[in-house]
Design a protein around this ligand. Structure first.
Ligand SMILES: Cc1cc2nc3c(=O)[nH]c(=O)nc-3n(C[C@H](O)[C@H](O)[C@H](O)COP(=O)(O)OP(=O)(O)OC[C@H]3O[C@@H](n4cnc5c(N)ncnc54)[C@H](O)[C@@H]3O)c2cc1C
Length: 444
């Protein structure tokens, strides 16, 4: 599909009850949050047209991001797909980057300005633009073909590197560390720069943080530099430059050929900057935590990684947010106030449950309620407990009931990822759907 072209595929089926009523809802971004919101809004039969504006002509699963680096053959097959294969019937799609949102003069609603020069009218806007993270999240406004080439180049550079710096010691940094370790040449090294005194964040228990730290420090070709940060040479983007010098806060200097940032950057809702207070100081969309509506703009909502809603960005949380926003849209599109009070998805989930590191993994169970803990511990076995999780007849196989750490959880996670299509977004891809232009040609 020509980048920037306006695509209307697929169209509403003849006889479908969904109507393009007097109101219009624009959803910005078609990642997990945007697709989920569009799907639920369509299913709600709200009297609104739905337009999704997405900057990239493809979807890439960020969960699979570190594996996309190490597994080129799986990237196209299981970890990414062209956006037209994920399009929902009844929703209009526009391929463009949103640059600005302005209030319509003398009336309700907004004008959404895009990189193609279009001004799309909207009664309501749902911002679903996620967050940026160096190498493992693609640039906003990129093409699938270019991304594939870019990843190939990055893989080659990592494989040839004498030293790779990874900046950030949370779950994503640990995940990237494991994948890069498997890609290095025998003499290649990793310098992992971590701000805290141990890996992972305080959202995990001390015991779990110790387990991960011991694992990574145990590799002879990995140097973990704790209580430090890169202050010169590397920022929010990955750097591929041979023998480049990086300065750390401690005064140390590290020479590396590749720098990979492993932290989230909230720079994708800049189009709201013209409205004072619409963005929180951290760059996320400032929303009322009960209604998920913008603090400053009526009928503008935010879902997912871009929203400052006090929740961690994860699939169950995003699904619950999308459901709440759709319920509130039902009130506000009809001229009322947002009445529905949002309830967080899986409130006990305050940290990443799965922490992968190459073919090793840890199911973080310390924050999980007792019943769930029993279920998750069954993943210590290469297969879930054959007696049935939660039956509480553990111990027979010899590995259930133990802390789920090691190749069992690692293998299970790899299996789940490599199943790709089983994911919440890519699982819905219609691999047989042809690009829109070809559809039109066929019709002629
Ligand atoms: C390495 C990693 C592992 C993870 N593991 C897990 C896990 O195990 N379990 C879990 O639940 N969660 C996990 N997460 C978190 C979860 O995957 C993300 O929070 C979620 O995918 C974010 O979805 P999103 O729709 O908010 O953002 P995204 O998926 O980033 O989608 C945003 C979309 O908006 C588009 N966009 C951005 N700006 C614009 C613009 N101006 N105009 C038009 N379009 C725009 C982008 O192109 C993109 O397609 C993980 C995340 C990472 C990075």
């Amino acid at each position: 599909m020509e980048y920037g072209a306006r695509s209307k595929t697929p169209k509403v089926k003849k006889g479908e009850s969904f109507s393009s009523g007097s109101s219009s809802t624009v959803i910005i971004g078609h990642g997990l949050a945007g697709r989920e919101t569009a799907k639920m809004l369509l299913a709600s039969k709200a009297d609104t047209s739905i337009t999704v504006i997405e900057a990239n002509d493809y979807y890439e699963s960020d969960i699979c991001g570190p594996k996309s680096l190490s597994s080129p053959s799986l990237y196209t097959k299981n970890f990414s797909a062209p956006q037209y294969q994920l399009a929902i019937e009844g929703v209009e799609y526009v391929t463009a980057k949103v640059l600005d949102i302005t209030k319509k003069e003398g009336g309700d609603g907004y004008s959404v300005k895009t990189s193609t020069g279009a001004s799309i009218p909207a009664t309501a806007v749902v911002v679903c633009t996620g967050f940026s993270s160096g190498l493992i999240k693609p640039a906003v406004g990129s093409l699938w073909e270019d991304r594939k080439k870019e990843l190939d180049e990055h893989r080659k550079a990592i494989a040839a590197a004498d030293n790779v710096i990874i900046a950030g010691g949370g779950a994503v940094g640990v995940d990237i560390n494991g994948e890069v370790l498997g890609m290095l040449k025998p003499a290649g090294r990793i310098t992992h720069v971590v701000t805290d005194t141990v890996l992972m964040t305080p959202r995990h228990s001390e015991e779990e943080r110790r387990l991960v730290t011991e694992r990574i420090e145990g590799f002879p070709n990995v140097d973990v530099l704790f209580s430090d940060r890169v202050v010169e040479g590397g920022g929010k983007d990955a750097v591929f430059e041979e023998k480049k010098k990086y300065k750390l806060k401690s005064g140390k200097e590290v020479v590396a050929d590749v720098y990979i940032p492993a932290f989230a950057v909230f720079d994708r809702a800049e189009f709201l900057r013209s409205t004072e207070g619409a963005l929180a100081p951290n760059g996320r969309v400032a929303v009322n935590k009960e209604t998920l509506m913008s603090d400053k703009l009526f009928n503008v909502y935010a879902v997912g990684g871009c929203a400052d809603n006090g929740e961690m960005s994860s699939i169950p949380k995003i699904e619950a947010q999308a459901a709440s926003v759709v319920k509130n849209l039902a009130h506000t599109l009809a001229g009322g106030e947002p009445k529905h009070k949002h309830r967080e998805g899986l409130p006990w989930m305050q940290a990443e449950v799965m922490v992968p590191h190459g073919d090793w993994g840890m199911v973080a169970v310390d924050g999980v309620p007792a019943v769930g803990k029993a279920c998750l511990r069954c993943l210590g076995f290469p297969l879930p407990c054959l007696l049935g999780p939660c039956v509480a007849v553990c111990g027979v196989c010899g590995t259930s009931c133990k802390r789920p750490v090691g190749s069992g959880p690692g293998g299970f996670w790899q299996f789940a990822l490599n199943m790709g299509p089983f994911g919440p977004v890519l699982g819905k891809a219609d691999k047989k759907r042809q690009p829109p232009a070809q559809n039109e040609m066929k019709r002629e």
